[in-house]
Design a protein around this ligand. Structure first.
Ligand code: ASP
Ligand code: MG
Length: 412
């Protein structure tokens, strides 16, 4: 039997009624002849509540017990989903991570999947089970302890099962009906994409389009898992949602597929640091050890052996970054005249695979921003992405102007 993986996120299983609606969709796929693996998240809000319990009980908690507590939300929905399917006369049973067993590394709260043996579940399919309802987000370490995969990890569970079972597709049911050209709350002309390439989705996911956990997209790309993002709140059809797939399956690649934004960025500048071998390492190694997520980095041209170094990081990490760099200055490992922080910036990015073969996208982006009187503070590029830092007050304007200029409201 062909296998289909269906993943239901927290809002899609938030109440018993919604679990029933989700189970009906599963029933439709079973009737088409699939063996179905359903991956469930915890009911929405549940994981946050459990994390809160842990932090209140033990601020410097033992990560193994954190995982024991926080993984439990998924156990509840897995059991309820299996019961709901049984009530509909669909042969189903629940599986917790350790029962599969989904084997992971021992990095608690951020574990990575090592292996998903298929024999236990396949044997049950062979005995007439039609649906395996698997608790997402959790696994078991070599030491036999329960682990979790990091927030949003059920997406990764789903894709990993699709790869292990060579599923025909992995459908991710969520509360939005697909991936959009930009955030519809900012730009009313935002359009749902029918298809998007893995690489583009990876850029958009890591830029904060919170539809899919970034790791799940990496995994889908590596194993060429066809991923579909669709809403569990709308009527189902075979064309619904957005297909995230290999670029070869997309006829006409978009030059630009989407405009992404990231609101809470800060720009930090070390004024006049010595321009010598090892200076970048002396700055960025302690920052990374302090857990600062440095994104863009620009080193200015040097003058008389001194240079300015600018980087961006999330606004809420500025204080920690400042402390780290001042400590380095005191310790003598780096020397700078001044440390400036601009916390009123945002990042805007245009993403598209077609950029690889079409020059002029960056020039057009800069022209659009200049026509709106928006000053660009930092620029970085990759093969399929151009990002700029600008003043946060222009964020909406920039997104809308770029969306218009690249005509993203029109289907390619
Ligand atoms: N319930 C977990 C979380 O909220 C995992 C998931 O839903 O993907 O992060
Ligand atoms: Mg999620």
């Amino acid at each position: 039997m062909p296998v289909l993986v269906m993943k239901f996120g927290g809002t899609s299983v938030a109440t018993l009624d919604r679990i029933r609606r989700a189970a009906k969709r599963v029933g439709v796929e079973v009737a088409k002849g699939y063996d179905v693996i359903v991956i469930v998240s915890a009911m929405s809000g549940e994981t946050n509540k459990l994390v809160g319990y842990v932090e209140e009980t033990s601020p410097l908690f033992d990560a193994r017990e954190y995982d024991a507590v926080v993984s439990s939300g998924e156990n509840v929905t897995a059991g309820l989903m299996a019961l709901t399917l049984q009530e509909m006369d669909v042969p189903a049973r629940s599986w917790q991570g350790w029962q599969v067993p989904l084997q992971t590394t021992s990095s608690h709260s951020a574990a990575r999947i090592v292996d998903i043996p298929t024999d236990n579940i396949n044997r049950k399919f062979g005995e007439g089970m039609k649906v395996a309802v698997v608790a997402g987000f959790q696994g078991i370490s070599a030491e036999g302890r329960i682990t979790t995969l990091g927030r949003g990890g059920s997406d990764t569970t789903a894709v990993a099962f699709a790869a292990a079972f060579e599923a025909e597709r992995c459908d991710i049911y969520t509360d939005v009906d697909g991936v959009y050209t930009t955030d519809p709350r900012i730009c009313e002309k935002a359009r749902k994409l029918d298809k998007i390439a893995f690489e583009e989705m990876l850029e958009l996911a890591s830029l904060g389009a919170k539809v899919l956990q970034t790791r799940s997209v990496e995994l889908a790309m590596r194993y060429n898992v066809k991923l579909r993002v669709l809403s569990s709140f709308e009527e189902q059809s075979d064309e619904a949602g957005t297909l995230v797939c290999d670029e070869e399956e997309i006829m006409e690649l978009n030059v630009v597929s989407g405009v992404a934004h990231s609101r809470d960025e800060a720009k930090m500048t070390l004024v006049s640091v010595a321009d010598r071998p090892g200076i970048a390492a002396a700055i960025f190694t302690p920052l990374s050890e302090a857990g600062i997520n440095v994104d863009m980095i620009v080193q200015n041209i040097s003058d008389e052996g001194r240079t300015d170094m600018t980087f961006s990081c999330p606004t809420n990490q500025v204080a920690r970054a400042e402390k780290t760099l001042q400590d380095c200055k005191e310790a003598g490992s780096i020397n700078f005249a001044e440390l400036k922080a601009d916390t009123e910036v945002c990042k805007i990015s245009v993403v598209g695979i077609g950029m690889r073969s079409q020059p002029g996208v960056a020039a057009k982006m800069f022209k659009v921003l200049s026509d709106e009187g928006i000053n660009i503070k930092v620029i970085t590029t990759s093969e399929i992405k151009i990002s700029v830092l600008i003043d946060r007050k222009y964020m909406e304007l920039a997104v809308q102007a770029l969306h218009d200029a690249f005509e993203l409201e029109k289907a390619a």
